[in-house]
Design a protein. Sequence first.
Lengths: 617, 500
Amino acid sequence: MAEVTKYNEEVLIEEQGFDDQFHEHHHGDKYQSSFIFKYIFSMDHKIIARQFLITGIFWALIGAAMSIIFRLQLGFPDESIAWLKPFLGRWVQINAETGIGTLDSQFYYALVTMHGTIIVFFVLTAGLSGTFSNLLIPLQLGARDMASPFLNMLSYWFFFLAGIVMFYSLFLSTGPFSGGWTAYPPLSALPQASSGSGAGMTLWLVSLTLFVVSVLLGGMNYITTVLNLRTRGMSLWRMPLTIWAFFVTAIIALLSFPVLASGFFLLIADRGLGTSFYLSDIFVAGQALEYVGGSPILFQHLFWFLGHPEVYIIILPAMGIVSEVLSVQARKPIFGYKAMVYSILAIAFLSFIVWAHHMFMAGVNPFISNFFVIFTLIIAVPSAVKVFNWITTLWGGNIRLNSPMLFAIGFVSLFISGGLTGIFLGNSAIDIQLHDTYFVVAHFHIVMGVAAMFGMFAGIYHWFPKMFGTFMNETLGKIHFWLTLIGAYAIFWPMHYIGMAGVPRRYYRFDGFDAFGQFTVMNEFITIAAIIVFAAQVLFVVNFFWSINNGKKMKTKNPWGATTLEWTTPIEAGHGNWPGKIPTVHRWAYDYGKDGKDFISQIIPLSEEEKAEEQHH
Amino acid sequence: MIGFLIVAITILIGIILVQIGKVTDLAGRIRGEEESERRSNNAQAIWLLVFMVVFLVFCVVSAIYYKNEMLGYGPHISASEHGGRIDNLFNVTLFFTGIVFIVTHIALFWFSYKYKAREGGVGKFFAHSNMLEGIWTIVPAIVMVILVTQGLVVWNDVMPDVDPDEEYIEVEATGYQFAWDIRYPGPDGKLGTRHFQLINLANNPLGQDWTDEKNIDDFHATEIVLPVNKKVRVRITAKDVLHNFYLPHFRVKMDAIPGLPTYFIFTPTTTTEEYRERLSEYPEWQVPADPDDAGGPQRWELFDYELACAELCGKGHWSMKRIVKIVSEEEYNEWMLSQPSYYKTNIRGTADDPLGRLLDYEIEERADELTTDFESALILDDPSEASIILKNLFFDSGSAELEEDSQYELNSLLEILTDYNDVSVEISGHTDNTGDANANQLLSEARADAVLQYLTGQGLDASRIQAVGFGQNRPADTNDTPEGRQNNRRIEMRIISQNF
């Protein structure tokens, strides 16, 4: 019988770790001596992760606040919003006689557009993937930093710049872009067709082009880091699922965002240089325009060639985070690790050949839709595998129902609810009726909006101690969870019914139509739920910032009892993460409950029995 | 005010919650970390279970409650032939996904409850099972195959374009900011060509090319009226930006794209009247349409099918409504005949009319008119009392030489006189009062004679016709306006005898 070995992690890293002579050129970090270079123009991936997160929170609040304003319009179209006049200025028109303030319909569409753009790109792409890829890739792989800390810094600052430009566009006299986050031409190309398509659209395009640069710089770095900077022993098949998810996400982003950029460039040319890539046969504002021969559908192809992978760029990191959190907090190995990796790869591959399922009703040849239906519904298979594996991970666990775990469980519930409605929409025949109705709104908000936010929350609550050395308040976290879960379902579940009745999305009012006007009470209910959920998010933000300084202090390096490397760094890790050597990895990331032990860290060498077993396989 | 209240209440609740958070944290510290964690764990486990039950019950109950709004249920049955198949597909998908939804949610929350942390507990090391993973790869795959197959069968039945030999009605819908223009092909059943550069908001909103004769009988309508049980092909286009032709009751939806016409083919199966009857059976439709007018018409009585836009097209996107009426075939035919051609009412004879003086249809119509005038004169007690104006006779100003286009009217007249070969007529020329009266007298005689010469030249017996001129002496209208003078310059015909 082998002796039970007790390891001291520090000693272990010192004895077994990989010596990269880090201490010798530590002077390279002298730039950190001033506040500006330590916290603002930082090249430390941990600081950059925090920058992405806090910027993401800022944008999430703006994006969510916008949704509250347009929900007020939808829920209470005849109620005065004169009290918003100080914020919205001329976009609220006050009736001189009655004193009733109404939201300008042009601005309603600007709000809807900005809400989508901000949440999809700035919050769920930069805020989610940017934060956790940056934080976890080097830490969980045992790397000192990203492959290029400088490009990594640039990635954040391009995102920041994109944000500045977009923020500025909110204050234009013609209003921000208002043609929907998908920016379909000709509406997005012609200032005559919509005042938001003037300067607002120009800034939108500039902002998102800067954003694409940010994503590409970040993505190259993530891929390079994963491929080249894994510590000794960290084979690809020993990487935690978080890293797999971030890695594949970065690959998807690198392949799809340039296509979006090219789509944008052609749109810029149509807008500014008089080309006709997307425009033809247009008569607008009393005038026939000269554009001939272009096709608006071309833009849709280019847009959705990014746009569909984009939803996986959003959801894969959330899946990775949830896999990790579920496993750690359930004290069990993630079920079917390899199947999970293959599912990620399968989803990533399929994500590139399903884009036209957004365009079944867009005027493309119906024959081609056959292929897109088949590929789209195949995605249900790897997605189902992931869901069943998450649920099985819970089975037989020793589950801690703390805030990160609750959000991870909530994620699985939302992913099921929202994923299943995708099976309706992906089937082109059903999509004839449901396309561009509230059913679609319900579907994508649940599956990639709220679910991805839940993944992000799970990650924030779980890795908050790693980022700030303190814990977030658990009670507030749980209140936040319950209000958000119940509230999110209260908002989006009824939208399925509205959509099944055929009510189109992006309507400023519903009472003009006999067929769409019957949901007054339900729309009021949804708006009230949205306000409550928004308040819950404010609570989260309060908890977040309050806990940075006042939260319960982290006393041990590994509070969750996790196996992965980020918990072997000091509580306050400097640039370079490990003070001495880099730990060497001996096993996969999911040895929980093995041989009766609660967990076995990745840096612990295999026991004799384990070696024998490995030989046996 | 409501806004301020909401903000104030939210802030208050927020403060309370933060305080609760602090207090429980403090209580936890007093009680000991592990103990408070265990308590919280147990409480959360129960909450998860409660949530599961309430949530699943809520889903089922609310679905039943809103049943009548759903695809294919209650009054919400499709009014088109293919729509029922889509609704059916929806329900099949709902069946499978419903099972998955309920089973996975029970498993998810039950496991979370059942396996909550135990003191000193350790999770099971259960890392994978090829059999389990195989099952839940294969079962979803099979279900997907079923759904995809059914879906594609319906899709490929619904979406293909019409066969050229098929019988169908074509209608055109053109979206623009922010309304729809509806165009019907008229009696010839063919829509005329259009070009966006011909669009003119004053008198050619669709840019129809008037040199294309298919356009001549096309008419614009303010409502879409269609006969029941006839296949309809909607040609869908847009003028400015993308729109989407959406008929919710018929399960019809297709983008309208400038420069790239699309189509949707469907067959309405329920007339507006029948649909109203169906709605009248549901209590939510048996209420006054106007809540302030209890005695007024009920909701179902005012129901109409609607056309909406389903592609964001600008700030008025939400207002692009047109009424759609499904009627019996007789009603449809009657309605169609009552619709005036856009060309004939708005373009014909204006400066924008590129076509010649007389079109085939006009010649035909005129021939019919002349025959009617002639025959109604004949049945008078004294046929010679009726003066029949011969239209479409063209002379140059001051000249008595017939222009070529005059032949159509004269040939029609010749045909009538050949049919009624026992009738003799008098042709009289008239002028307005401008110029010299004698000259006018001579001109009127010469013009009447020119008509006589043409008719006899074509073989009409000279004894059956005589020509006279009245100059400016018998005006038919005022000579003070150009139109009046135009009406005074004319050739008339009178039946002078009929041998029985």
